[in-house]
Design a protein around this ligand. Structure first.
Ligand code: SF4
Length: 386
C-alpha cells in the first residue's frame, strides 16, 4: 500500500503503555502510515503519556515543546494544517502534527464536565489532537515491537485507588477482557512464532473480578488479605495459557491482596511460568501502608512471600517502592529497609514520591520529606537491593 506519511511514537511509563503503543502503531498503519524512529522525519508525533510520576510527565511536555519549536523554526508563517497552506511546501518543509494519548489524555476525557479537556486544549494549543486510548480497540492486531515476547493486555484500568496513584483517574475502573478473546490472541501469537507472552494489567491478578462469568465456584477463588476481598479468575486464565506449550509466560503487575493460594499452585505446577514474580511492596511500614490504602501490613506481605517460597521452587521477587511518602519518618523508612532485607528482592524499582494532582495523598498529606532526604533513602535501598 502506498503510505500516506510517517508517524513517530514516543512511549512513556509502564509496560501497559508500551502495549497500547503497539496497537496505536497498528491503528495508524491501517490508516496508511508507516513508522519512523526520527521524529523530525515524521508527519505526526504521537506521544503516549504517563502521569504516574512527575518526571515522566515533564519529559512528555519537553517533547511537545521541542516539536513545537521545530515547527515554528521551519515554518514560522503558520501553525495551521499544511494541507490548507500550500505555500508551506515551497521549501519542502511541513508542520509535524502533535497527537497526545495515554494517561494525560485519559484523565481529561474521563472528566464528564469536559472542563479538563478544555483546560488541556488551552494549556497546549500546539497539540493537534488529544486521543483517548480507549478509542484504540483491543480488536486491533498490534504491530509488536519485540519478535520474542508478545505483550497481551488482559485488563485495563484499576479500581484500587491506592492514595498516591493517578491510574484509576487516568484509565478508569478495571475492565477485564473476555477469556475467549485473550486466549484467541495467545493462539494468534503462537501461530506467528512467539515463544513468550507477558500478560498485562494494572492489577493483573484481579483479572475477572469485574466479569459476569459463568465459572463454577470451585474454579474461581476468594482472596483474603487486609480489607480487600476480591473474586479473581487470574489463576484459571494463567493455567489455560500455560497449557498452550509456550516457553515462558510472565505477568505484571500483580498485587499482594489478590495473590490467591490457587494462583500460587498454578505457578508452582507449570515450569513455563516465569519464576521472577513482581510484587509491589510500596512501603514496609504499616502506618504508611494504611495511608497509601494498600490493604495489607508488612507482616502480611512477608507471610505471602514466605508462602510462595515454600511452594514455588526457585522463585525470585522484584518489587516497587515509593520513597519519601508523606509522613515517612526515619523509623518508617527503617521498617521498609527491614522488610526489604527479609524479602530479599532481586530487583526493586525505586521511585521518589511526587504528589499527583487529584489523588487522595496529594489532597490530604503535605509532601513533607525533603528531596535531598528522598535521594539519600533512594541510595540506601538501591545499594541494598540493586
Ligand atoms: S493497584 Fe494501586 S498503584 Fe497499582 S495501578 Fe491500581 S491504584 Fe495504582
Amino acid at each position: 500500500m502506498q503510505k500516506k506519511g510517517k508517524i513517530f511514537i514516543r512511549t512513556f511509563g509502564c509496560i501497559q503503555n508500551t502495549a497500547d503503543s503497539e496497537r496505536v502503531k497498528a491503528y495508524y498503519w491501517e490508516k496508511g502510515f508507516s513508522e519512523t524512529d526520527n521524529w523530525k522525519d515524521s508527519d505526526m508525533v504521537i506521544i503516549n503519556t504517563c502521569i504516574v510520576r512527575e518526571s515522566a510527565e515533564n519529559r512528555a511536555y519537553g517533547l511537545i515543546n521541542e516539536v513545537n519549536k521545530w515547527n515554528k523554526r521551519i515554518n514560522p508563517l503558520s501553525l495551521r494544517d499544511i494541507s490548507l497552506e500550500k505555500g508551506n511546501f515551497k521549501h519542502g518543509v511541513k508542520k509535524i502534527k502533535i497527537i497526545v494519548t495515554g494517561c494525560l489524555a485519559g484523565t481529561a476525557y474521563r472528566d464528564k464536565t469536559g472542563k479538563k479537556l478544555k483546560q488541556l486544549q488551552i494549556n497546549f494549543p500546539e497539540v493537534d489532537q488529544f486521543l483517548p486510548i480507549d478509542k484504540i480497540s483491543f480488536q486491533i492486531d498490534p504491530l509488536r515491537n519485540s519478535k520474542e515476547t508478545a505483550l497481551i493486555p488482559i485488563s485495563s484500568g484499576c479500581s484500587n485507588f491506592c492514595s498516591f496513584c493517578i491510574v484509576p483517574f487516568a484509565r478508569g475502573p478495571e475492565v477485564s477482557r473476555s477469556f475467549e478473546e485473550i486466549l484467541k490472541e495467545v493462539d494468534g501469537v503462537i501461530k506467528k512464532g512467539f515463544k513468550k507472552v507477558m500478560l498485562i494489567g494494572q492489577n493483573v491478578n484481579s483479572y475477572g473480578s469485574d466479569l459476569n462469568h459463568s465459572f463454577d465456584d470451585k474454579t474461581s477463588s476468594w482472596v483474603h488479605m487486609g480489607k480487600k476481598r476480591i473474586r479473581s479468575l487470574f489463576h484459571v486464565l494463567l493455567e489455560e495459557v500455560a497449557k498452550k506449550g509456550l516457553e515462558n509466560i510472565s505477568f505484571v503487575s500483580s498485587n499482594p491482596w489478590d495473590f490467591s493460594d490457587e494462583l500460587i499452585d498454578v505457578i508452582a505446577k507449570y515450569a513455563n511460568i516465569n519464576k521472577l514474580l513482581h510484587l509491589p511492596l510500596q512501603a514496609g511500614d504499616d502506618k504508611i501502608l494504611e495511608k497509601m490504602n494498600r490493604g495489607y501490613t508488612a507482616e502480611e506481605y512477608l507471610d505471602l512471600i514466605k508462602k510462595i517460597r515454600a511452594k514455588v521452587k526457585d522463585v525470585r521477587f522484584s518489587t516497587d517502592i515509593i520513597i519519601g511518602f508523606p509522613g515517612e519518618d526515619e523509623e518508617a523508612f527503617n521498617n521498609t529497609v527491614e522488610v526489604c532485607k527479609k524479602a530479599n528482592f532481586e530487583i526493586a524499582y525505586l521511585n521518589k514520591y511526587s504528589p499527583r494532582k487529584g489523588t487522595v495523598s496529594a489532597k490530604m498529606y503535605p509532601n513533607d520529606i525533603p528531596q535531598a532526604e528522598k535521594k539519600r533513602r533512594w541510595r540506601v535501598l538501591n545499594e541494598l537491593i540493586n
